[in-house]
Design a protein around this ligand. Structure first.
Ligand code: NAP
Length: 223
């Protein structure tokens, strides 16, 4: 991704999702960012798709456009992921949350991108007893082996935000989290998608050298 401006160039994966769309909103309004590319499988909503410095190529994540110039950017922010229910099986879930993420990261790294920021999850670990958290841990580990000079792994608890899709399990979790917020440890409290997005964007812009894990309680909360 080449740009004559002095601002940063960003590649956003999962830009049509709850967190990804919020990353786009914030990045597109940020004067430090000069160009954003957000490849998705379906066009982004008009609410963000009118910015001149946003490109929204429609791609097939099973057949990535390896030679696209946008794999080279200042930072990748990845909020791409599915649920086991939506994917249809454990393996289909792993193919998205681990396979798609790793494949994109590898192409970005190969193109010379130095900074990668992942929206992971509270409890991510390759040794977790939960399949979901194990897959998140596996992808974190794969990213760690790719040689990004700056790698940030943001691990939010339950996400709070306006989701059109019906996810009854998450809704119950959110109601419980809201009701017990005063007595619940901060690291377990639900966190707003907009706060997660701000944390992801900040990590991408500052691009601190090394591997950084940002746990849910370190995500800055705004009113
Ligand atoms: N839900 C929670 O409480 C929670 C908590 C902690 C961490 N997380 C993690 O945070 C990340 C972001 O969550 P979110 O709620 O913002 O996700 P989301 O709203 O479900 O959005 C997911 C994004 O990934 C894309 N995607 C999913 N399956 C795809 C496929 N097969 N091919 C291409 N693109 C695909 C979606 O594109 P489409 O719009 O085309 O579907 C969308 O852009 C996820 O990795 C999730 O596991 C979630």
């Amino acid at each position: 991704m080449h740009n004559s401006d002095t601002g940063k160039t960003l590649l956003v994966l999962g830009g049509s999702g709850l967190v990804g769309l919020e990353v786009l909103r914030q990045a597109l309004a940020d004067p430090q960012i000069s160009r954003v590319v957000a490849p998705t499988r379906r066009p982004l909503p008009a609410a963000v798709n009118h910015y001149a410095h946003l490109d929204n190529p429609q791609i097939d994540f099973d057949s990535l456009p390896e030679d696209a110039d946008w794999w080279h950017c200042d930072a990748v922010i990845c909020a791409l992921g599915t649920t086991r229910k939506r994917a249809g099986s454990r393996e289909a879930f792993r193919a998205v949350d681990r396979g798609y993420v790793s494949n994109c990261a590898r192409l970005a790294r190969r193109a010379g991108t130095r900074t990668f920021v992942l929206n992971s999850s509270l409890g991510a670990s390759p040794r977790s007893g939960s399949f979901y958290l194990r897959v998140k841990g596996e992808v974190e580990q794969e990213l760690g082996a790719m040689g990004f000079p700056s790698l940030s792994l943001v691990r939010p608890s339950l996400l709070d935000g306006d989701r059109s899709e019906n996810r009854p399990g998450e809704l119950v979790g959110l109601l419980v989290s809201r009701a017990f917020k005063p007595v619940m440890p901060k690291r377990l409290q639900a966190v707003k998608a907009s706060d997660v997005a701000a944390t992801l964007l900040q990590a991408a812009i500052t691009a601190l050298t090394g591997r950084h894990v940002i746990e849910s309680n370190a995500i800055v909360r705004h009113r």
